[in-house]
Design a protein around this ligand. Sequence first.
Ligand SMILES: [Cu+2]
Length: 265
Amino acid sequence: MNRSLASRLLFVSLLGGLAFLLSGCEVFSSPQNTFAPAGEIADDQKRWFLYAMWPALAVFFFVQLGCVFIVLRFRKKKGDDRLPKQVHGNNVLEIGWSIAPALVLFAFVPLVVTGIVKLGNTPDDAIIVDVYGVQWQWNYGYPLEDGSSVEGPFGDPMYIPVDQNVGLRLHSDNVIHSFWVPKLAGKTDVMPGRTNHMWFVGNEIGTFHGQCAEFCGLGHAEMPIVVEVVPRETYDRYVACLPAFETPACEEEFLPEEPVAAAGE
Ligand SMILES: [Cu+2]
């Protein structure tokens, strides 16, 4: 095989490979897409990520172009067997590429500090939901007006009111789990022996999916998270129905249909 045919084949197969890889990308429709946030916190986090991503991409392309330029400009030429000029160190370049990244990082300081402070302070008007990571299910506890709390059935979705700040207290009495619903907020570990905190808000009514993001044993893959962002009245009815969905109205509204019944059999 001659060289130009080989390089053409290589180019075509690289292009095919790239197309194959890109076919896995879904921009907005996948259910766990951090680029399609459905709440203020996830939206902030997406924006912060993009602030860092664009400069990083610019640096990446700048460095790659530099590499290509150097390889082409200083490659060995036919019939020239002399050693190239031997250079050791360049003060201007070295000081430059130490200071420039430091300046870029420094530009992120205000953003990072304000972001950390915002994420670390649950707003005063938030409702506080307890999250229990179990091997291998999630369970949620909701605040009642008298200051006590009531737990939903194991495996039930988390219900929260739309446009309402929600603070989570994350508990585990077994191993480390991680609570992550990409469209609503970044992940936070759920640790035995300590209570971690996070907060978020769902600004769109709908069902949002996530999963345990810390390998927690054999049933790790069976720890999906479902958050139902619902109108305030629906949330109030749900909490009033807990813990047992005893009335027919509760049963009808909040108990999932049996799979067999749903299939019409
Ligand atoms: Cu887990």
